[in-house]
Design a protein around this ligand. Structure first.
Ligand SMILES: [Zn+2]
Length: 238
């Protein structure tokens, strides 16, 4: 944890304590904006652990911790949701899910120079599988970001995780309909008793948030190059 915090400190030039923007208050052009997506929410709780731990609440808690860390480092960010309540206009559950996905998609598309980071928890039919896994979108920069975040998760959590970052399945709607660099982080398995217990602790959720913040900040230059171009940065040096 100390190593990670030191890394976070080294990655920032200024630590302006500006709060993250909400939807509609977007950052100035030529600055990256991290879109933090707490997966599920509202009527969609996501996966549920054998002891009743609901994915959407865990995702939101990690997302809010990540938001505070990113704000501490003065980096612009936007949340796709900041509570468990989601306002719907559609009437059926199915239509409401679609409405929510479209709302998130619009936020991503309306955000200039966006980098999308979605937080989820995994679940399997047996209790054996464990370990964080990063899935990346088929867009530029996503694979590099995803592999780096995976390495940080594996190295920092030191849980014997052998999972590798992988390209997201084509049926995942949001991740396959956006143009920006994007990763989806399956932080842990709700179906694994050890990880389920860890996810209930504040310290583990904070640890996950710190790793995700470090992963994003560590890759900011690479991600800026995607939007603003290496040649332009080169010109600035002359
Ligand atoms: Zn999920």
């Amino acid at each position: 944890m100390k190593r990670l915090l030191a890394m976070l400190l080294a990655l920032t030039m200024s630590a302006a304590l500006t709060p993250c923007a909400r939807a509609g208050e977007l950052a100035a052009p030529r600055t990256l904006t991290l879109i933090i997506d707490a997966g599920h929410g509202g009527e969609d709780g996501g996966a549920v652990s054998p002891n009743g731990l609901v994915e959407s609440g865990v995702n939101l808690d990690i997302a809010l911790r990540l938001e505070r860390l990113i704000a501490l480092f003065g980096a612009p960010c936007v949340m796709t949701r900041d509570s468990e309540e989601i306002a719907y206009t559609a009437e059926t559950t199915r239509a409401r899910k679609v409405e929510d996905q479209k709302r998130r998609l619009k936020l991503i598309r309306d955000t200039e120079n966006a980098v999308f980071l979605s937080i989820h928890q995994n679940k399997y039919t047996s209790g054996n599988p464990f370990g964080a896994q990063v899935l990346y979108a088929p867009t530029r920069g996503s694979e590099e970001l995803g592999k780096d975040v995976q390495n940080l998760l594996t190295a920092t959590l030191e849980d014997g995780n052998r999972r590798a970052a992988a390209r997201i399945q084509s049926e995942i709607y949001l991740m396959n309909n956006i143009d920006c660099p994007a990763v989806l982080v399956e932080c842990a398995f709700l179906s694994n008793a050890r990880e389920e217990a860890l996810l209930q602790t504040e310290s583990y959720r904070l640890k996950l948030a710190v790793i995700l913040a470090a992963g994003y900040l560590h890759n900011r230059e690479m991600l800026e190059d995607i939007y603003f171009g290496e040649s332009e940065n080169g010109v600035l040096l002359h």
